[in-house]
Every structure is written in structure tokens, then in C-alpha cells.
Ligand binder design. Structure first.
Ligand SMILES: Cc1cc2nc3c(=O)[nH]c(=O)nc-3n(C[C@H](O)[C@H](O)[C@H](O)COP(=O)(O)OP(=O)(O)OC[C@H]3O[C@@H](n4cnc5c(N)ncnc54)[C@H](O)[C@@H]3O)c2cc1C
Length: 278
């Protein structure tokens, strides 16, 4: 099948892109890497009047440190992260996630902003960046706002983007040496979309832990204070303290009614905890 006819613009400046999006009042679609939008156009799941190609916007390809945060433009690709072309503020965590996404041709084109905006619950960045505590800058012609990753994906394929808004940057906090990281995706073949994702950023010295249970057919479950999963206390022996029953109860409460599915998610999360502690 071929896409329905559409107009095409490739602006050179962010302000021009935002003006186009404002003018078209929701009937335009942004294209970045095209790795998700391309198939959706071909299947006519979306039929926009206009496509605004943002790959020419140098503003969205910047990677710079701002204090304790790394600020990445939305058009940074998975391969940029995998190949270490951005500062490694997460001490290898993002690089490991990037390398496990799809296969190289997709990683060359697919972007962080595109992956987050597509808001597929099974996508890697949606869970990983929530666990890392990232925030997004969303910009429209009316101004900018900052949204925490856990508030950005509100449902399957449902980002918290308003009409005319674009993901401009992703702000990722530095991971200190004391903060351990575990990320496990379960899929049948390497590089496939996940059936279950477990992600954890845990810092026993700061008694803090963020846990994400992802690929659950809805927005990922982001547990920003995960002490209940570890017997009420985040300490150095957290691997031994991980309580699978609490994880199972959280999933059941969130509506994951199939015990076998819950078992897979809990096992994957347990492996992520073990990876963090290794
Ligand atoms: C065969 C295959 C396997 C894959 N496997 C995986 C996998 O294992 N893990 C994984 O995480 N992903 C996987 N993907 C998805 C891939 O990572 C895509 O890169 C990603 O989903 C979309 O990024 P993109 O830059 O191509 O966005 P596009 O396809 O260009 O856009 C996707 C959506 O986001 C919107 N959009 C794009 N950029 C912005 C922006 N800056 N602001 C606002 N809206 C924007 C578009 O309008 C569109 O709605 C796979 C894709 C394919 C085709």
C-alpha cells in the first residue's frame, strides 16, 4: 500500500517548523527518522495533509552538558548514542540501551524524540529514560514547558504533546558512581520490540531507587520511590531484599490480570535488579 497524498516541508530553522505546525492546527505530522511514521503512512493509519521534516534542524542535533544534566536534541539518533558521539553522562547506561534497539539500519535513522513521541509502550527509550529520571522540553510557537518522562507517555501511542508542540530536547541527569543501573528487555530475538522491560536506577548511598516496569500494553509503570520493593529500605543489600510479591501486587493492582504475564514482568525486573547489583 502507498501513503495518501501529502504536502512536504523541510524547514531550516526551529521557529519556521513551529510556525508551520501552528498554521496547520494539528493536521500536520512531524517526521524525524521515519522508522515508525513511514509504516503508519504506508498502511494509511495516518493521513496528514502536511509532513514537516525536522531532520534539517541543527538545533535538534545538539548534545551539551548543562550542569549535572545532559541536554540532547530530539533528532539525536539511537546510533549517535550507541557509537558514543554524545557525552557519556549515564556511565554506559544509555549506550547499552541504544545498542539493543532493533537493528543497525533502524538505529542509524531512528531518533530519541521520534521514539518518545511515538510512545510505543514496548519501546526502549520510553522505559529507560523514565528510569534514568529524564525530563523533556516541549516547544510550540507559544513557548516551552518541561515535562518529566513519567508524565509524558499517558497511554499506548499517547504522548502528552499538545497540537503544534514538538519534543525539542531530552534532559538526562548524570549518573554518579554510587548509582547502579540495570536494564533488561525480554524479546524472542535480539533487537526485537520487548515483551517485558525491567529498568532500575538505584543509589543505596542516597537511599533512592527509580524502577520501571515497561512493555505492559499501557504507559510504563514508573515507581519513583521504590523502597517498598526492597522491604521498605534502600540499602547496599538491595538484591537480597527484592520482594517479588510486592512487584506482583503492583502489577495486579495496575490491571495486569494474567498471572503468567505478571510472572514474566516480575522475573525480568528481578534480572534488572541482579544486573544493577552485579
Ligand atoms: C522493524 C523495527 C523494529 C524496531 N524495534 C525497536 C525496538 O526494539 N525498540 C525500540 O525502542 N524501537 C524499535 N523500533 C522503533 C524505532 O526505534 C524508531 O526509531 C522509533 O520508534 C521512531 O523514531 P523516528 O525518529 O523514526 O520517528 P518517526 O517515525 O519519524 O516519528 C514517529 C512519531 O513521532 C512523531 N515525532 C517524531 N519526532 C518528533 C518530535 N521531535 N517531536 C514531536 N513529535 C515527533 C512523529 O510525528 C510520529 O508520530 C523499531 C522499528 C522498526 C521499523
Amino acid at each position: 500500500m502507498k501513503p495518501a497524498p501529502f504536502g512536504y516541508e523541510r524547514p531550516r530553522h526551529l521557529q519556521a517548523a513551529l510556525a508551520l505546525l501552528a498554521e496547520t492546527n494539528g493536521s500536520a505530522k512531524i517526521i524525524a527518522g521515519g522508522q515508525s511514521l513511514g509504516p503508519m503512512l504506508n498502511l494509511r493509519l495516518v493521513e496528514p495533509e502536511l509532513i514537516v521534516d525536522i531532520t534539517g534542524l541543527s538545533e535538534l542535533k545538539q548534545a551539551e552538558r548543562d550542569g549535572d544534566e545532559l541536554v540532547l536534541g530530539a533528532c539525536i539518533t539511537h546510533a549517535d548514542v550507541e557509537d558514543g558521539r554524545i557525552p557519556d553522562i549515564t556511565r554506559g547506561a544509555m549506550q547499552g540501551v541504544a545498542a539493543g534497539i532493533a537493528y543497525r539500519a533502524i538505529r542509524n535513522r531512528g531518533t530519541l524524540g521520534g521514539s518518545l513521541s511515538h510512545a510505543d509502550p514496548a519501546a526502549d527509550w520510553v522505559s529507560a529514560l523514565a528510569a534514568l529520571g529524564a525530563r523533556l522540553t516541549l516547544r510550540s510557537s507559544a513557548g516551552a514547558r518541561i515535562v518529566a518522562m513519567e508524565d509524558f507517555v499517558v497511554g499506548a501511542l499517547e504522548p502528552a504533546l499538545r497540537p503544534g508542540e514538538i519534543v525539542e530536547t531530552i534532559r538526562i541527569p548524570a549518573r554518579p558512581a554510587s548509582a547502579h543501573w540495570g536494564y533488561v528487555k525480554s524479546c524472542r530475538k535480539t533487537g526485537e520490540f520487548a515483551h517485558a522491560i525491567g529498568a532500575i536506577r538505584i543509589d543505596p548511598s542516597a537511599a533512592s531507587a527509580r524502577v520501571v516496569i515497561g512493555a505492559i500494553d499501557a504507559a510504563p509503570m514508573v515507581i519513583t520511590n521504590a523502597s517498598d520493593l526492597f522491604g521498605g529500605r534502600i540499602a547496599g543489600d538491595y538484591k537480597a531484599r527484592f520482594d517479588a510479591r510486592v512487584a506482583d501486587a503492583i502489577l495486579a493492582k495496575a490491571g495486569v490480570s494474567d498471572a503468567a504475564h505478571r510472572h514474566i514482568h516480575v522475573s525480568v525486573l528481578k534480572r534488572a535488579v541482579q544486573e544493577a547489583a552485579a
